[in-house]
Design a protein around this ligand. Structure first.
Ligand code: SF4
Ligand code: SF4
Length: 232
C-alpha cells in the first residue's frame, strides 16, 4: 500500500488560511489503512480545524466526506458538485489522489493534508516500513523476496557491501542488512547458489524512461465502454 503521514496541523492551517468554506476529503483505501487520511482522520482533522477557527474567530466552515479511492475517476465523479460548493478541498489522499482530484475539480483548488511516504507494509501496529520503490524491473525472484532497491542503503545488486556487522547495516544501526536477509532467505529456500550469479549492471530505464511513467494495457482498453454499450 501507499503509506503516508498527515501534515503538521500548522502547515494545514497555513495552506487554507485564505478560505472560508473548506471540504476535508478522505480516501478509503491505502491512507485509510495506514491511518493517515481515512474517515476517522478526516473527522479528527475537521474537529481540530473547527476548534481552531472558533478559538481564533476565523469564521470558517468545514465539510467532511470520504470516498473509496481518490486515484480513480469513478469515485470522484459523484462528489464533484459537493466539492465545487466549497472554496477549497483539503485532500487526505496520497499525492496521486490529490492530483487526480485537482484535475477533476478545476477551478476549485485542492490542497494536500498528507505527506506521501512510500510503498510499504504494516509491520506491526503503528509501524509501517518501506518495501518497494516501483523500479519497474522487479528482481525479487533472484533475491528471495527481499528488495535491495528499497532495503539496502546503497542499493547494491551484488551485496553485501562488506560493512554489515552481526546482520546490521553499517549505514543505520537500527536496520537489518538487506543482503544478510537475502542470504538467510535463500538459505532457507535452499537456493544459495543464486548468489553466485552476478547481477549485471542495472538497466534503470524502466524507472526513468518517460516521466511520468505509465502502464498501458491494450487488452483492457475500452472494456468499460463496451460493457456500458452492451447494457444499453
Ligand atoms: S525490485 Fe523494484 S519492483 Fe521489485 S520490490 Fe524492489 S523496487 Fe519494487
Ligand atoms: S550493510 Fe547491507 S544493507 Fe547496509 S549498505 Fe551494506 S549491503 Fe546494503
Amino acid at each position: 500500500m501507499i503509506v503516508g503521514e498527515r501534515k503538521p496541523f500548522a502547515e494545514i492551517t497555513e495552506l487554507i488560511k485564505d478560505s472560508k468554506k473548506v471540504l476535508i476529503l478522505g480516501c478509503g483505501t491505502c491512507v485509510s489503512v495506514c491511518m493517515a487520511g481515512g474517515m476517522k482522520e478526516v473527522s479528527i482533522l475537521a474537529s481540530q480545524l473547527r476548534m481552531d477557527s472558533g478559538i481564533q474567530d476565523k469564521g470558517m466552515e468545514f465539510g467532511e466526506d470520504t470516498i473509496q479511492r481518490q486515484c480513480d475517476r469513478e469515485y470522484i465523479e459523484p462528489i464533484i458538485e459537493l466539492a465545487k460548493s466549497h472554496d477549497v478541498v483539503v485532500s487526505m489522499a496520497c499525492g496521486a489522489g490529490v492530483q487526480l482530484l485537482s484535475d477533476m475539480l478545476v477551478p476549485t483548488p485542492v490542497l494536500p493534508a498528507v505527506n506521501t511516504s512510500f510503498i510499504g507494509i504494516c509491520e506491526e501496529e503503528g509501524t509501517w516500513l518501506e518495501r518497494c520503490r516501483g523500479c519497474g524491473n522487479c528482481l525479487l525472484g533472484e533475491t528471495g523476496g527481499i528488495c535491495p532497491v528499497a532495503r539496502c542503503a546503497k542499493n547494491l545488486f551484488n551485496g553485501p557491501c562488506g560493512g554489515s556487522v552481526n546482520g546490521i547495516c553499517e549505514v543505520s544501526p537500527n536496520t537489518p542488512c538487506a543482503w544478510q536477509l537475502v542470504y538467510d532467505r535463500l538459505k532457507a529456500l535452499d537456493k544459495l547458489e543464486t548468489l553466485e550469479e552476478i547481477q549485471p549492471i542495472r538497466d534503470w530505464s524502466p524507472s526513468s524512461n518517460g516521466i511520468p511513467r505509465g502502464v498501458f494495457r491494450e487488452d483492457m482498453a475500452g472494456i468499460g465502454k463496451e460493457s456500458e454499450s452492451a447494457s444499453e
